[in-house]
Structures are given as C-alpha cells and as structure tokens.
Design a protein around this ligand. Structure first.
Ligand code: H79
Length: 417
C-alpha cells in the first residue's frame, strides 16, 4: 500500500522531530477534540433553500457566495447557548486531553478578537464576546491543552488570501503580502493573547512556499517555544505528520508522530442535513486502531449557530468516555503493540504489559496467538468478572474467555509475564 494517500510528504514531520521531547505530552494524550465553529453554522449546509453537498464549512466556496452576501451572516451570529465550560467538560468526560479550535477557517471569519480585521466575533456580530477568550480560560481552569486551527493559505474573504475565484481575480492577488501583513500578525495575536497555546493547527498548505512556512514556524517558536505545529504548516516543517482527513493508515506507522483528524458524521462545520453519525463502537475502534498504529485521534464536534453541540455528538463522546474510563490504561501513553495486521484484534503496549483489543469475539471464547512471552491474562476493565485464562501450547498462547464479548465495543485484555 503506498504511503501517499495517508501522509502527503509536504504535510509531514520535520526530520528529527520524532525524537523531540516537546511532543511528549501529545504522545501520551492520544485523543483530542477538534472544534469547527464559525458563521457557516448559520446556513448549516443550506443556501437559498438548496442543500449544498459536501462539508458545511465549505459552503461559501461550494455555493460561490459573494463576500458581501456571506458577510451578512455575521449580523445574525448570536450563539447564546455557547458554554465554554460545558465544551471543556465534555472533552474531559470523553477522555480527550486537548482541544483544537478554529480561530479562523477558510471563510476568513475570525472567531476571536483580532485587530487585523473588523470581520471577527467581537466587532461584527451581535454576540460581541471573544469566544476564544472564554474557551482558553475554561481550558486553563480544567487542565486541558488548547490548540488553534488557523487557515494560513485559504482565505476567501481577504483580497490577497487564496481560494476565492468568484470575487477576486487570482492573477491580481499578492499572497506574499497576505502572509506578511495579515497571517503573521494574526498568528502573533493568537499566540500572545490567550495564554499557553499547545498547537497551531495549520491547514491546506497548497501554495505556501518553504520560506513562508519556515518563517511562520520561526514566529511560533519565538512567541511560544513549546507550542507544536501540525504537518499542514507545509513544506515538511511540522512537528508531527497529519494523515488525510478521516484516513487511518492500514499499517503500523512507527517512524513518525502522526494524527488523524476526523469527523463523527461527515461534516466538520454543523450541517442540518448530515445525520450520518458513526456508531460509538466504530469511533472507539477507530481510536484503538489509530493508537495501535502509533497515531493520535483528533475527533471533531461542530456546534450549531446557537452554540449548542449536536446531541448525537454528545452521546457518542460520553460513551467513548465511559469506555476510556475503564480501558484508558491501554490507550494513554501506550505504544503500538507486537501483534499487527490482524483483523480481529489490535495491540498496544507499555513496559511490562501488552494490551489486546478484541474486535471480533470468537464464539468459543478461545483465541490463539503467537507466543509473545506472556504468562498471565487479566481484564483491563476492573469491573469485569468473567473468567479468563492463558495457556502456552506448542509455541502458541491460548486465551480462554467467556463465550460472549464482555464489552460491547472492544474488550481489552492485559498480558503480563
Ligand atoms: O477543516 C477541515 C476541512 O474544512 C479542511 N480540513 C479539515 C480539517 C479541508 N480543507 N480542504 N479539504 C478539507 C479538502 C476539501 C475537499 C472538498 Fe471540495 C471540499 C471536497 C468537497 C468540498 C473542493 C471543493 C473540492 C471539491 C469541492
């Protein structure tokens, strides 16, 4: 299987970063919450009465909405149900250790108080409050790391940003001027006004030059040396690699630090038409699959225009949290395990223990494994009481458990010497 569909080289990890201790907290964390929120949550995928297919935050481009029209959305943006504390509590309940919030997406609307454009939450909406400020304070209070998504190339609102071909003539745009006079001052703002920022999550590095990527990296380092940048800074300068959206590599990728950004349904920004929710079991298996292959899972929520989190997202995150509460020992800080490439199980490990995550329970409750040197098997979930035994036979390990999976999502077994 070629590596390209999963990790584009230009979105990769810079050489040597896989040894960088600045990433240690992130390597432990494994599971984060992405938040896509902006004025696109008002149309929520519908424009002039028509459902616009695709991801909700792309509606301006997909429907080629003129800037003057799209700007009007801000006048209706009044998310009175926004509760930063509730969002952070939900992340904690899910077992997520960091949050990445969209400070500015491709539509150019700024979800924080910026001095670089009046087109922002404080100056252009009836809400008038700095949404990011409240979130940063809640994260600080609750001990959750905060990262910020920032679209450094695409900006469909700014005259020199990339991507708006319906209002602007691309041949007249000066992208370098955009980076120098807008992106850099904004990156400086988000790294100066909201306390410690754990990650800047850049995206779609399509036209950014190596010099521009390097200078943005230098700026981040100068202002917050501990802050990570994701691989989508571009030009292979990221602290870690990002997989394609929603893509899980088919095999172990231990040579790089990597993350899969992913949706619970099919959209990032809220859409009324998207009811294609993945099951809790699927989401837990995605997390386990990713961690067993050496990655992190950044799972998205898209609040609606009032600031409410969709109920199906809340339910799933809470259920994931219950599973993590019982089984997190096999996830947080765990490395990929010795058993790879099996359909029925994933494995992780830490010094002294191997964890088997059983996806397909056998009808006999019996499992045969290669002898990886274990002598004892136990449930990671301490509330489980079903019998479990381990035998060595003919160079193999034979596990005998109950006839039914003790956990409806993924049952986790700890193997020790
Ligand atoms: O922020 C989320 C997405 O908005 C962003 N990355 C994640 C984290 C992203 N940027 N670009 N892409 C995703 C690829 C987008 C592809 C598509 Fe389309 C957008 C497919 C459908 C809409 C571009 C426009 C290609 C076809 C129409």
């Amino acid at each position: 299987m070629p590596a390209e569909p999963y990790f584009k080289p230009e979105r990769g990890q810079r050489p040597g970063a896989n040894q960088d201790p600045r990433l240690d907290w992130w390597r432990q964390a494994k599971f984060g919450m992405f938040i896509h929120w902006g004025v696109y949550s008002i149309p929520a995928g519908v424009w002039n009465g028509e459902h616009i297919p695709g991801i909700g935050e792309w509606i301006m481009l997909r429907a080629e909405i003129p800037i003057k029209e799209y700007e009007q959305l801000a006048l209706d943006f009044n998310p009175v149900k926004y509760d930063a504390e509730q969002i952070v509590q939900l992340a904690k309940a899910a077992g997520q250790k960091y949050i990445v919030f969209t400070s500015k997406h491709h539509d150019g609307f700024c979800m924080y108080g910026t001095a670089q454009t009046p087109y922002n939450i404080v100056n252009a909406t009836p809400y008038g409050e700095d949404i990011l400020k409240a979130l940063s304070e809640a994260c600080e209070r609750e001990g959750i790391k905060l990262g910020l998504y920032y679209s450094q190339t695409q900006d469909w609102h700014h005259p020199n940003g990339y991507g708006n071909t319906w209002d602007y003539d691309e041949s007249e745009q000066d992208f370098n001027d955009y980076v120098e006079t807008f992106v850099k001052p904004q990156v400086a703002e988000i790294l100066s006004n909201y306390g410690p920022i754990a990650i800047v999550w850049f995206d779609t590095p399509r036209i950014i030059s190596p010099r521009q990527s390097q200078e943005l990296l230098d700026l981040v380092r100068e202002l917050q040396p501990e802050c990570l940048v994701c691989g989508r800074l571009g030009n292979q300068l990221g602290d870690y690699a990002t997989a394609q959206d929603n893509a899980i590599p088919p095999e172990l990728r231990a040579e790089v630090d990597w993350e899969t950004p992913a949706t619970i349904n099919d959209t990032w920004g809220y859409k009324t038409h998207d009811h294609n929710w993945k099951s809790t079991t699927q989401l837990i298996r995605n997390l386990v699959d990713i961690v067993s292959k050496g990655g992190n899972y950044l799972l998205n929520i898209g609040p609606d225009s009032e600031g409410a989190i969709p109920e199906p997202s809340i339910e799933r995150l809470q259920e994931m949290g219950q599973w993590m509460e019982a089984n997190g020992e096999s996830i947080y800080g765990a490395n990929p395990g010795p058993l790879q490439g099996l359909a029925w199980c994933r494995s992780t490990q830490e010094p002294g223990a191997v964890y088997l995550h059983i996806f397909d329970w056998s009808r006999s409750g019996r499992f045969v494994l290669p002898d990886i040197g274990a002598g004892t098997a136990s449930w990671v979930d301490q509330s489980l009481e079903a019998p479990l035994s381990l035998m060595r036979k003919g160079g193999q390990l034979i596990l005998q458990g109950p006839r039914e999976a003790p956990n409806e999502h993924v049952s986790v077994i700890r193997l020790t010497k």
